[in-house]
Design a binder for this molecule. Structure first.
Ligand code: ASP
Ligand code: MG
Length: 412
């Protein structure tokens, strides 16, 4: 008998009809002779609404109490899904994060999973014929405070459960039917992959693909859990995310120099102009950014007009701009810099592919493609398997489409 972990996102359980649809899918898997553990997110926009509600009480709610509040969203959906399964005459039992002993660290609102203690409990309920319905996105700290795993955290719950239960498959259901070579809403000719390796998937998630969350893919890679990303609303196969070696061994590798063209609109750019060029300056600048808990994306330091001073430019999520403007202005004054420039209407467009590292000329092709469109590049970043250009946000869609054709990804 196989054990299958299935995860359904918020849009899959957004209303009673959809919950019943999920119940029927889950029951079908069970009746095919499998043990089934289901992880669900909160219904539709519930989590957003709860955050909004808290903000109406106070602008800066305590993280601990925020977690208590947010966890209630998944409590609703597990109870309702279990009821729906009962309605169709199958056995089901709902379990919260605390009940399955999902222990986290104390970083409230973005906690990390440390262990799952309730493995035997879950297996016991399965043995008694139950479909086990687990609340995603939540756990408890060692001292039993409710903690959540960060937005999209139910994916991580599902992958972690699949790892500890040694599940045969970890299916992650959403409203899209797999991983595409680009966002099909922006690039209509995007193609769906049958298989994708962990590393390409990690880069795509990091650079803007929204189908799977970065943390859950990292977890899947660490514990070698194969993910099957598929749609709740159609029956077809989706995309399997697994180790590159395994894809090769199974003869399933779909050759492609570039696996994906991704984009991210949430980009702001900041430049500190003319600050002293001596040891310790970059450290001061980025310590100030780090204190505000802002994640940097690209960093460039370049020589300015004279050799005693330098310019430092960096990008980060646009939504974090308000947090760092004041502290950076203060710092620039303190260090005797000549000015601070920032702009929030940028976007990042990237090409991702394992083949990029050992194929000459990929970046030249990318830059030539942007040149032909008349798109100006504000910053460039590269890694072994990615090339990223920072451009104006209003040019990102046409750029993504052009790059998609340039690298031969357009489907017919
Ligand atoms: N309900 C949470 C959120 O909306 C967790 C999840 O959906 O995975 O972020
Ligand atoms: Mg959600």
């Amino acid at each position: 008998m196989a054990l299958i972990v299935q995860k359904y996102g918020g849009s899959s359980v957004a209303d009673p009809e959809k919950i019943k649809n999920v119940a029927q899918r889950v029951i079908k898997t069970k009746q095919a002779g499998n043990d089934v553990v289901v992880v669900v997110s909160a219904m539709g926009k519930t989590t957003d609404k709860l955050i909004e509600l808290a903000k109406q009480i106070t602008p800066l709610p305590s993280d601990r109490e925020m977690d208590r509040l947010l966890a209630t969203g998944e409590h609703q959906s597990i109870a309702l899904l279990s009821m729906a399964i009962h309605h169709f005459n199958e056995k089901a039992i709902s379990l919260s994060g605390a009940q399955i002993g999902l222990i986290t660290d104390t970083a409230h609102t973005k906690a990390k999973i440390k262990e799952i203690k309730g493995i035997e409990l879950i297996k016991g309920y399965c043995k008694e014929g139950n479909i086990v319905v687990v609340a995603g996105f939540q756990g408890v700290t060692e001292t039993q405070a409710v903690a959540t795993l960060g937005r999209g955290g139910s994916d991580s719950t599902a992958v972690a459960l699949a790892a500890v239960l040694k599940a045969d498959e970890c299916e992650i259901y959403s409203d899209v039917d797999g991983i595409y070579s680009a966002d099909p809403r922006v690039v209509p000719k995007a193609r769906k992959w049958n298989y994708i390796g962990y590393d390409e998937m990690l880069s795509m998630a990091k650079l803007g693909s929204k189908v799977l969350y970065l943390r859950s893919v990292a977890l899947a890679k660490r514990y070698n859990v194969a993910i099957h990303s598929r749609s709740t609303f159609t029956q077809g196969e989706g995309t399997r995310v697994m180790a590159e070696n395994r894809i090769k061994e199974e003869g399933k590798m779909e050759e492609a120099l570039v696996r994906g063209v991704t984009h991210d609109r949430n980009v702001a750019k900041m430049t500190i102009v003319g600050i002293p060029d001596r040891p310790g300056i970059a450290a001061r600048v980025f310590e100030t950014v780090a204190e505000k808990n802002v994640n940097l994306n690209l960093v460039i330091q370049s020589i300015s007009g004279s050799k005693e001073v330098t310019d430092i430019s960096f990008t980060f999520p646009r939504t974090d701009l308000p947090k760092i403007v004041d502290p950076m202005e203060k710092l620039v004054k303190e260090l005797g810099g000549q000015g601070l420039i920032y702009d929030s209407d940028y976007a990042a467009v990237s090409v991702v592919g394992l083949g990029i590292v050992d194929t000459p000329g990929v970046s030249a092709r990318m830059f030539r493609c942007l040149a032909n469109l008349g798109v100006n590049i504000a910053m460039i970043g590269t890694s072994d398997l990615t090339i990223t250009c920072i451009i104006k946000e209003n040019e990102v869609e046409k750029t993504a489409r052009a790059l998609h054709s340039e690298f031969g990804l357009d489907s017919d």
